[in-house]
Design a protein around this ligand. Structure first.
Ligand SMILES: Cc1cc2nc3c(=O)[nH]c(=O)nc-3n(C[C@H](O)[C@H](O)[C@H](O)COP(=O)(O)OP(=O)(O)OC[C@H]3O[C@@H](n4cnc5c(N)ncnc54)[C@H](O)[C@@H]3O)c2cc1C
Length: 488
């Protein structure tokens, strides 16, 4: 097979039978017709169709090294600077399609799989079969254009003790049995976004294992189809209320769903395992393979697209109601512009300073990407705040599409017009602002950005520990040691 079309994505989904608990119902398939998922599934189908559009196919695909067929660019192993640029341009096409609101488009996990497979020798340290498994799995994902999600962290029951100690070790997903052809997993993982309509679930390590013998059953990496027997998803209440696009312009397209993941004695065949029982290896899973770097390259491209969208939106808003000339408004807009240019500079620096890693993969520089992923969770929080401040009561004067064409139409035209827009145009714009900064969908976006790479507090701790500050200490020490010329 090759890069999928939207129809091929939907056809495969219609064959899939994941178990999803949602609002008191248990689904076993039919995801693409369910009101909670059908709109976002359609948006994902559009992404796959872009791979075949005359405008984007050259950027979004490349020739498979095995089949020669066009496959998704996010699977491309970068060897040259042009490869890195092509990867970033492909990320951008998909990110723009969702205004950066789709956090789990396939290119995110594809980037991870590409890097992990390139580092197959790292997996082979524990067992040569694991190296072969990750390589074969990546090829399968690439050739079948699979959509993968992932689940990392143990359930949030009591963070005062390790995941391994929750409920006497009987809560977090763990290996309970090994048999002739695989392992059996029991317990839960906290969350997986897009799980109901993904093809595959990547169950990858939490990087909080201490490497003690107790951690052994919790140390694993494997991939399973999302309708594997015993795998269950508990979806949160959907934020797509199946309302017209006019009224809920973002939620009706981009509501990705987040699910708790339950493993009820799920059997994982050995050929789907990439690591088992080795806590130390699991702790190096992302950093030692450069996987985190390629994932962050995708993420910073996406957040750049999202920031461009916010800048466009705030500009339309301030022009519409004639507040552009006020200085505090300009200060807020300048903050968004600064964030955008900062992200662009990080991306450029990461690509300019890319180096070939020990597995022969041209890898973007980590320092600028690491800075970006530490900054954005906080910077993004300002955007909804700014939109709320500048939109003010206009964000409440937001009747629905039916009102615009109904008995209130004349009043809306007269009283809700703006400096540059008719009443109907202004309501349409303000509904978009509302869905970006006030709706339930927008709150979930803010939470999502905050926790995207994990807890920013602990991430900052790791950042400080890993950053080499010795040269800067020495610089200041040298300065302190300088003798005063006047006195000597
Ligand atoms: C919308 C959304 C979608 C997500 N999608 C996915 C997904 O697809 N796959 C996936 O694997 N995960 C997903 N996550 C989970 C995400 O990885 C976590 O939210 C993140 O790692 C933080 O962990 P936590 O939520 O368990 O917070 P907790 O670890 O429970 O932290 C809660 C609070 O307690 C504090 N705290 C807890 N423990 C400590 C400690 N030891 N030291 C200092 N402070 C501490 C934190 O600072 C924080 O303020 C998603 C999260 C959200 C919000």
């Amino acid at each position: 097979m090759a890069a999928r079309t939207g129809k091929e994505f939907l056809d495969r989904l219609s064959q899939s039978r994941p178990t999803v608990h949602i609002q008191g119902e248990t689904l076993t398939g039919g995801i693409q017709e369910h009101p909670a998922f059908r709109n976002v599934v359609r948006t994902y189908a559009e992404l796959y169709d872009l791979q075949h559009s005359d405008e984007h196919k050259d950027v979004l695909t490349y020739a498979s090294p095995t089949s020669g067929e066009p496959v998704g660019t996010s699977f491309l192993t970068p060897r040259t600077p042009d490869d890195l640029v092509k990867r970033r341009k492909a990320f951008k096409v998909w990110a723009d399609h969702g205004n950066g609101m789709l956090g789990r488009t396939g290119d995110y996990m594809n980037s991870s799989l590409m890097a992990l497979a390139s580092a197959a020798d790292w997996f082979a340290q524990a067992n040569p079969a694991f190296g072969e498994n990750i390589r074969r799995y990546y090829e399968k994902a690439r050739e079948e254009d699979l959509l993968c999600t992932h689940t990392l962290i143990p359930p949030q029951v009591n963070r005062a003790v390790a995941g391994t100690q929750q409920a006497g070790g009987k809560l977090a997903a763990r290996i309970v049995k090994e048999d002739d052809n695989g392992v059996v997993i029991r317990g839960a993982r906290m969350l997986a976004t897009i799980a109901p309509f993904a093809d595959e679930m990547l169950v990858f390590p939490s990087t909080v294992l201490r490497g003690t013998p107790e951690d052994k059953p919790y140390s694993y990496a494997f991939a399973i189809p999302n309708d594997t027997p015993g795998l269950r998803y508990i979806a949160r209440e959907p934020l797509d209320y199946d309302r017209p696009r006019h009224d809920h312009p973002l939620a009706s397209r981009f509501e990705e769903s987040d699910c708790v993941v339950v493993f009820d004695d799920v059997h994982v065949p050995f050929e789907r395992c990439f690591a088992l029982g080795d806590a130390e290896l699991c702790n190096g899973f992302y950093s030692q393979t450069s996987s985190v770097v390629h994932m962050t390259h995708q993420v910073v491209t996406r957040t750049t697209a999202k920031t461009e969208y916010i800048l466009g939106l705030v500009t339309l808003l301030t022009e519409a109601i004639g507040i552009e000339q006020f200085q505090h408004v300009q200060e807020d807009i300048a903050e968004i512009i600064t964030t955008l240019e900062t992200l662009r500079a990080f991306l450029r620096a990461a690509e300019a300073d890319a180096e070939v890693n020990e597995y022969g993969v041209l890898t973007p520089a980590w320092a600028p990407l690491n800075a970006a992923r530490n900054l954005y969770p906080k910077l993004y929080q300002r955007f909804p705040q700014i939109l709320r401040k500048l939109g003010a009561s206009g964000l409440m004067a937001t009747p629905t599409e039916l009102d615009i064409t109904g008995p209130a139409a004349a009043d809306i035209e007269a009283y809700l017009q703006s400096a540059t827009l008719t009443g109907a145009e202004r309501v349409k714009l303000f509904r978009l602002v509302w869905d970006t900064c006030i709706s339930a969908f927008s709150s979930r976006q803010a939470l999502y950005e905050y926790y995207f790479f994990g807890d920013p507090v602990r991430m900052a701790g790791a950042y400080v520990k890993s950053y080499d500050r010795e040269p800067y200490k020495a610089k200041v020490q040298d300065f302190l040691n300088q003798r005063s010329l006047e006195r000597s």
